[in-house]
Write a protein that binds this ligand. Structure first.
Ligand SMILES: NC(=O)c1ccc[n+]([C@@H]2O[C@H](COP(=O)([O-])OP(=O)(O)OC[C@H]3O[C@@H](n4cnc5c(N)ncnc54)[C@H](O)[C@@H]3O)[C@@H](O)[C@H]2O)c1
Length: 262
């Protein structure tokens, strides 16, 4: 499979979970993949795993919340590959805390990574694409929390809702350059992050059954489910799709109530 042969794809937060799944799928389809993530041990591990499998991958240490770091990323990729075709803004953190206790520091941490990070990476990659006349594709990883949410998720829900709104504006701004901008909103996705969260609960088996039952298809997503949608949005098959969000959540968000009383 070489759908993305010679294409250069930046995936932020590709050191783990969904980002790693996305980077792997692009690499398997012939892309040159930039692992733009915060921690050396994760970034190098993914680079080594992909190159050992015969794929092209390069780790560049990046903190998406720091402007200088994002500028350095784009500069380094440009020098290394002389092109950028796809940007996947995946890096994100979660702080779920009561609004009665959450601090401004908590708010800044979440917004800086999950929302400002998307803005900064998009800004510098867009400048590069426009200057190089590249009709690229941006895919932002949002969340079903942009649609319907839970108590104590104000900071995360605000960041993800902000991504979906920003996606629409960015698509309109960049359409004249042929650059497409879309977002993908995962629901529960089986990552280390999810498994660690589950392991801390009192009865993980019962909870797993309850979570699965909330889904129309009876199961949560895998990173590959999310990556399939991202690769579609990066490919020519989605050539006339921009400014849209795509839920990949097994039908979780479609349900208004979970109750057998109605
Ligand atoms: N896992 C889920 O159930 C789920 C559901 C909906 C949305 N999402 C979204 O998907 C994305 C990936 O989530 P995940 O579950 O794979 O998370 P994860 O924690 O497993 O991986 C996130 C990666 O991003 C990196 N990262 C964190 N801060 C960074 C920064 N400032 N700069 C660069 N890299 C940074 C981490 O080191 C890690 O490698 C996030 O945006 C998250 O909000 C996840």
């Amino acid at each position: 499979m070489d759908e993305f042969r010679e294409k250069v794809v930046i995936v932020t937060g590709a050191g783990n979970g969904i980002g790693k799944g996305i980077a792997t799928m692009f690499a398997e389809q012939g892309a040159r993949v930039i692992i733009a993530t915060k921690y050396d041990h994760e970034g190098l591990a993914v680079e080594n795993e992909l190159t050992a499998a015969g794929f092209w991958a390069k780790y560049i240490q990046t903190d998406v919340s720091e402007e200088a770091s994002v500028k350095n990323l784009v500069h380094q990729v440009a020098a290394l590959t002389q092109r950028i075709d796809v940007l996947v803004n995946n890096a994100g953190i979660t702080i779920f805390k009561s609004i009665l206790e959450a601090t401004l520091e908590d708010w800044n941490k979440v917004i800086d990574t999950d929302l400002k990070g998307v803005f900064l990476c998009s800004k510098y990659v867009a400048q590069y694409m426009v200057a190089q006349n590249i009709a690229g594709s941006f895919i932002h990883i949002s969340s079903n929390h942009a649609y319907s949410t839970l108590p104590n998720t104000e900071m995360y829900a605000a960041a993800k809702g902000g991504i979906n709104a920003m996606t629409r504006s960015m698509a309109i701004s960049l359409g004249q350059y042929g650059i497409r901008v879309n977002s993908v909103s995962p629901g529960f996705t089986d990552t280390n992050h999810y498994q660690n969260w589950l392991a801390e609960k009192e009865n993980p088996e019962t909870l797993t059954a309850e979570i699965f039952a909330l889904h129309a298809l009876g199961k949560i997503s895998t990173p590959q489910d999310i990556a399939n949608m991202v690769c579609f949005l990066a490919s020519d098959k989605s050539a006339n799709i921009t400014g849209s969000d795509f839920l990949v959540d097994g039908g979780l968000t479609a349900r208004l109530y979970h109750s057998d009383k109605f």
